[in-house]
Design a protein around this ligand. Sequence first.
Ligand code: FES
Length: 215
Amino acid sequence: MADSGPDPRSPIDPAINTPGREGLTGTAPASLYAPSPDREAITIAPDFAPLDAQPAWRQDFPVDWPQDLYVERRDFMKFLLLTSAAFAVGQIWIGVQNWYRRHSGQPPVRRIASVDDIAVGAAIGFTYPDEQEPCLLVRLTVNEFVAFGQKCTHLSCAVIPRPAEGSFYCPCHEGRFDIRTGVPTAGPPQRPLTRIVLDRRGRDIYAVGVEERTA
Ligand code: FES
């Protein structure tokens, strides 16, 4: 009787690296499936010294330095995506607020302070046109006053007046604005600070309007 190939009833050889089976589907050498090192077991100290040269406490709190610095690409992309989305939403929100303000009638007329309340080179805070909008009034000279919204036009941190340096300073990302014009002079901000229109009536200074600017 002619040989008709392997007897289908014979037991299947379970070893994947049996000689003669190389190259067949599912017969990769066993070494391919060697377990990868346990990440938890890897402990490379920040100073790269061997484990037996490490202080005793590090045995209890092993810090694997490469793992500590390891950021998966997916996590990084997620972070980028989220920060970009947050930035875009913030810009849209600012735009919607500005649009609403422009279309909701005239801003109120509000007394900020008396000229006697503020020394030359000093600044005081107030809110305008509502309680949610912090602003700064700066006395530049005896008769020169300027006022701007305090929110940085980058990411809305509160700017700090530095009249001696002629600037508003944003501590979040080192942004700077000209104290006379509110125009950005350094750092990431691209748009000027919101200008508060002032009106002096006798010895009182009033806020009478808001001027949003894009450049
Ligand atoms: S929030 Fe002001 S510079 Fe970024």
